[in-house]
Design a protein. Structure first.
Lengths: 364, 277
């Protein structure tokens, strides 16, 4: 993007003029708040959706109403647990591995726009930042696997590494196609570009999920694999590896890995919302009530911001629901099937997708 | 060089969609889960929950204790001398129960003790909520076993058309024999009316003459399942067992009504019906 656009960009609503420290505090608070609340909601949704899809009820006691406080109760339980480090483990690495996995999961939320102005930071390379930071989690996983001094952990960790490398490629390639079509790597810029996108020759706006259906499907599946969610949960395959790289973990450290997974679901769903579903817009081209579009930039009053944020959250929850739904439905893939799927199908398809998008971008 | 690429059917997309449809449909259906502590289960009356003791029926024959595969029934007793009943009789002894306990921590709920008791001292009760914090408290002593008697349901109704229990049939036969020479039909009819199936050949005609409604038990109809009623009950969601029993009794009732109607219409045609008086 040109410098002019950056200068024109709508600032974050958390920005306080001339007060760096207050803005910083607000942004960190907002990101941390979102990080701790959204994964809890997703975790609760997983409990309930999974239960009902298996003809059960799920948690019904904690908190009184349909077990709404189950995850809070779980958290309290995790805190109370003894912190066990195996004698043969590499103590320091073992202790900091959950943090290494957790921190990138928090950092992704820095760049995710929930509404016009409803973000902490609008980086020019937001997409690049999100994908790069997201890949750091694998180092935490490998550290956990190696330092546990446990064969199951190690096998799980190696599987995780192989899987994350295999699926990083289709993920990044699919995202690259979006960046090509939008002409920017800023996540806010992608939403705005998508908002302005119309079927060539008409004035009907469509989200990138339609123009890049293949890319969306690839990104979604690769995201599942990146998060090691069933049916791609070979790294923790409980019937083969006890619990993979999490075997030796318990209590708070285990909870941190768990939180990482749910935060990962939220951030991946948020990325998909931004890249393919039009972000905060109800439908590309439709101006959200309380907002106005001036020169390709959306600015909103408080109501518009809230509506935009709810629309984004709605899309995020729809996608996480889809992830849970897929998890409940399909059995785990075999390790070789997983690798074959990525290298022989997904990567060629992703390259094809880029080719089509690039050609279309130049021609139209 | 030939690289083996997976073909598209290998992705099995329709199958995947079908699987998603199954889970979604399951999610949209109402769950059948019972919220147990808040919602008591609707157990069948003959559920094997706990064993109750009717201690005055117990003769300390020790059959239950000996047949118990887990050896979880403890019985202590002592003998008591009963003074002679009359002149020239001799004193007798009888067993008095001191302790009767069942260790439900060992019990495997096979029901052999209930089955084997010749004096109807042991019964099944459907109560099941008697968990304890210590194993020792699962040994229920006499007062506790006695208290369970209050929860024992009455014995199940006999199926219509079934033979009466032996002791009732014997008693009725005796009563009828005693009453017949005197020609006291109403007395016999009253006796016969007490049970639904008094299959006494001598009393039936007399009773029929005295009160037409009381005559119905005398008509024996072989019970068969009325298919229409059975199907309807199954459709209403009744269990197979209940539906079968109700369909049988509906069939018997209908046959009886037919037979009675045939008799009322013309006694000459009444003989052709299948019913036997």
């Amino acid at each position: 993007m040109t410098a002019a656009t950056v200068a024109l960009a709508v600032p974050s609503i958390l920005e306080v003029d001339g007060n760096l420290w207050l803005s910083l505090l607000l942004k960190v608070g907002a990101v941390l708040g979102f990080f701790f609340v959204a994964p809890l909601l997703v975790g609760y949704m997983e409990h309930k959706v999974m239960a009902h899809q298996q003809a059960r009820l799920g948690p019904m006691e904690a908190g009184g109403f349909h077990g709404w406080a189950q995850l809070i109760a779980d958290g309290v339980k995790f805190i109370q647990k003894e912190d066990i480090i195996p004698r043969a483990a590499d103590r320091w690495i073992f202790a900091i591995a959950p943090g290494v996995a957790l921190v990138p999961a928090i950092l992704i939320f820095l760049v995710i726009p929930l509404a016009p102005g409803g973000f902490a930071e609008d980086l020019d390379v937001g997409l690049f930042f999100a994908l790069a930071i997201g890949s750091i989690s694998v180092i935490g996983v490998l550290m956990a696997a190696w330092s546990s001094a446990n064969k199951f952990s190690l096998i799980g960790g190696v599987r995780a590494a192989a899987q994350l490398i295999a699926y990083e490629l289709p993920l990044v390639l699919a995202a690259a196609a979006v960046a090509i079509q939008a002409g920017t790597m800023s996540l806010v810029g992608i939403v705005e570009a998508q908002n302005a996108f119309q079927i060539p020759g008409t004035d009907i706006g469509i989200p990138y999920a339609v123009t890049q259906g293949i890319g969306f499907a690839l990104f979604f599946t690769a995201a599942l694999a990146e998060l090691a969610r069933p049916p791609f949960d070979m790294p923790i395959a409980d019937s083969e590896l006890v619990f993979g790289y999490l075997t030796e973990y318990g209590g708070m450290r285990f909870a941190m890995f768990l939180l990482t997974e749910y935060a990962g679901m939220v951030s991946m769903a948020a990325l998909m919302t931004v890249l393919y579903l039009g972000g905060w817009t109800i439908w590309p081209g439709v101006v959200t009530p309380g907002c106005e579009v001036v020169g390709g930039l959306t600015s909103c009053n408080l109501v518009g911001t809230l509506i935009g944020a709810s629309v984004t959250m709605g899309k995020i929850f729809m996608l996480t629901f889809l992830m849970i739904w897929v998890r409940v439905t399909f059995p785990r893939l075999r390790e070789d099937q997983l690798q074959r799927l990525s290298w022989l199908i997904f990567i060629p398809l992703a390259l094809l997708n880029i080719l089509i998008v690039a050609v279309a971008k130049v021609v139209l | 060089m030939k690289l083996k690429l997976p073909s598209l059917p290998e992705l099995k997309v329709p199958g995947l969609a079908k699987g998603m449809a199954v889970t979604l449909k399951t999610m949209l259906r109402r769950s059948v889960t019972q919220q147990y502590p808040h919602e008591k289960p609707d157990l069948p009356p003959r559920t094997r929950g706990v064993i109750a003791l009717m201690e005055e029926n117990c003769t300390v024959c020790m059959l239950c204790s000996r047949e118990c595969p887990d050896w979880c029934i403890y019985i202590d007793s002592h003998k008591e001398v009963v003074p002679p009943k009359g002149e020239g009789a001799r004193a007798r002894t009888r067993n008095l129960l001191d302790r009767f306990a069942i260790d439900f921590a060992l019990c495997m709920y096979c029901g052999i003790c209930v089955e084997v008791c010749p004096f109807d001292a042991l019964f099944w009760s459907p109560e099941f909520e008697y968990s304890e914090y210590s194993l020792a408290e699962l040994t229920h002593e006499m007062p506790r076993l006695r208290a369970w008697m209050d929860t024992v349901p009455p014995p199940p109704m006999l199926e219509e058309g079934a033979e009466p229990p032996k002791e009732i049939a014997e008693a009725l036969k005796g009563a009828a024999k005693a009453a017949a020479p005197a020609g006291a039909a109403p007395a016999a009819a009253a006796d016969g009316g007490a049970t639904t199936a008094a299959a006494s050949t001598t009393t039936a005609p007399a009773a029929a003459a005295a009160a037409p409604r009381e005559a119905t038990p005398a008509i024996h109809v072989e019970a068969e399942v009325d298919q229409a009623v059975y199907d309807q009950l199954i459709a209403e969601g009744k269990s197979e067992r209940v539906a079968r029993a109700k369909a049988k009794s509906a069939f018997v009732r209908r046959r009886r009504a037919e037979i009675i109607a045939a008799r009322g219409a013309g006694t000459s045609e009444g003989e052709s019906t299948k019913g036997e008086a």
